[in-house]
Design a protein around this ligand. Sequence first.
Ligand SMILES: NC(=O)C1=CN([C@@H]2O[C@H](COP(=O)(O)OP(=O)(O)OC[C@H]3O[C@@H](n4cnc5c(N)ncnc54)[C@H](O)[C@@H]3O)[C@@H](O)[C@H]2O)C=CC1
Ligand SMILES: O=C(CO)COP(=O)(O)O
Length: 317
Amino acid sequence: MSVSVLGAGAFGTALAISLARKAPATLWARQVGEMAKTRENSKRLPGCPFPDALTVTEDLTAAVQADILLLAVPMQKLRDVLETHADLLKGKHLVACCKGIELNSGVGPVMVISQTIPDATAAILTGPSFAADIARGLPTALTLACADAEAGAYLQEELTTENLRLYRTTDTIGAELGGALKNVIAIASGAAIGAGLGESARAALMTRGYAEMQRLAAHLNAEPTTLAGLSGFGDLTLTCTSEQSRNYRLGQSLGAGRAFDADTTVEGAATARAVDALARDAGLDMPITRAVAGLLDQELDVATAMKSLLTRPLKEE
Ligand SMILES: NC(=O)C1=CN([C@@H]2O[C@H](COP(=O)(O)OP(=O)(O)OC[C@H]3O[C@@H](n4cnc5c(N)ncnc54)[C@H](O)[C@@H]3O)[C@@H](O)[C@H]2O)C=CC1
Ligand SMILES: O=C(CO)COP(=O)(O)O
């Protein structure tokens, strides 16, 4: 078995470090810069030295010799990466490690893989996992979703490490929705805390946000139990309660009226807009997602957004 990680951001680097503790692994980047010499990704993941068994390369042809390729680029870049390198990626096990819904198409990463490289085995690895925690060797549990049960079992076995315990499912739609939608709710949670609305408000947003996640998942025929697992409930809990999360921190900035670094990868922003459009088209009630999209597009401020949520018609839970 061999694994290559394509994309050397914080998460790709962390996964490569973690996997290289188990067996030789490769990390591919368009430009490796100082990484090969300093054996550290000082820009995206400082303070996490590379194990000797990790090879860093700009040579994609060499990287794709591995049996399993982890795709750790931002969601809105995934299609471009796959289309650009389609010839090299044919027939491979391609495991998306990104979390989001594509803005132009409304689909998630597994569907993007299936559309662009139809003869690849498409899967997703998702769940509660901050890059810095993974790179430091701290433990967590993740969901590996692959529609092909046999391939899923193979990937689960190969990608499990001493510190990363993988559970598997064939419900790729549920797994990718969990990882995508929790980021939208994390922005809402951060906004509530940033605006000084308190932890009770955050808990209410997390719970009603989870109800929205379940609603869209049911509409798209995902298994409700998948959302209750690591990819949904697990990652929602982590991301809505930690300042390590960039989505949560963007929300805090919106709530406090502060500027936020536009170069930071915040997947929930495009996903909120994509899901807001999906919900409107499908006639689904997703008021927290609507409020987050409105906040991001400066159509609403936090006070107006909260008022719109609190004054909705009363209903059964
Ligand atoms: N950082 C984290 O703790 C976690 C991140 N993720 C997910 O991983 C994905 C990536 O996030 P991060 O690594 O944190 O982002 P990042 O902002 O640290 O890095 C993104 C990387 O993608 C690379 N990239 C962009 N376009 C590319 C292209 N066309 N070809 C090759 N490389 C390209 C950039 O050069 C950069 O190194 C996101 O979907 C995120 O939700 C998932 C779990 C944890
Ligand atoms: O997905 C993550 C943790 O599981 C990382 O969250 P952020 O992208 O908000 O930093």
